[in-house]
Design a protein around this ligand. Sequence first.
Ligand SMILES: C[S@@+](CC[C@H](N)C(=O)[O-])C[C@H]1O[C@@H](n2cnc3c(N)ncnc32)[C@H](O)[C@@H]1O
Length: 250
Amino acid sequence: MNIFTRAQRKLWRMLGLGEFLHLQNSVIELNNIGELCKVFGWRLSPVLDDTKIHEFSYVEDVNERRIRDAETLATVVRNTDPSVCLEIGTADGHSTALMSLNASAQARIYTINIPLEEILAGKGGELTTIALEREKIGAYYRQRNLTNITQILANTAYWKPDIGLIDVAFIDGCHDTKFVYNDTLKVLKNMKPGSFVLWHDFNLDLVRKYHWINSVCLGVEKLFTDGHIRGRVFHVRDSWIGVYRIEERI
Ligand SMILES: C[S@@+](CC[C@H](N)C(=O)[O-])C[C@H]1O[C@@H](n2cnc3c(N)ncnc32)[C@H](O)[C@@H]1O
């Protein structure tokens, strides 16, 4: 489904906004996490106990980006009381631990990461980001003895979700447009209205500055263009996360 006429598309392209036609109209920029809570009527504060969120290692971390990201992910999980969360892209397991701590002990946090052999065999995408050896994937959350996490080692290019209905999905695996698109489609088929999809490396203000953010945003844009999602994507200023609540069946 494409709600824009050819003339509108042409005009937007001339203005240099054509690539992100839907996102320009759909993304609501929020000044802070309190505004996200207002939108959804949430009252609970996130549990944030990971010192890494206060570190500054790269220019990409300016404006407390790590804190804004952690707040966003943790606030969604804490306030939705999910039974099942899925994270695509475990890396060393910091965001896995964050989801785990903000969900109940009865919840199940599934986290999936491509095995190193598949990356080396060229079976992942281009923007794989991190290639960790097997024992290092999820090492941080394992250190913390969290009990509600299940780790999956698989490449999402081939993985078929078999974890029941997903309440919160955090998509942070391969950042290629086609992976963002396909990973999201896979999870959407296993989600119901009212559930949340979050994309990492999502920030419309930075699409001209960081090519991987451009790539992720193009994936989300295509989901709108093809009619798989509709409505609003919320973005807390300075974070790199897009928050989407699934609407009634399209
Ligand atoms: C940016 S890191 C994830 C960071 C983590 N979510 C966090 O915030 O702590 C992306 C991870 O996705 C994994 N990945 C890349 N391509 C993948 C694929 N096709 N399937 C599953 N995982 C993938 C990478 O190996 C890497 O560990």
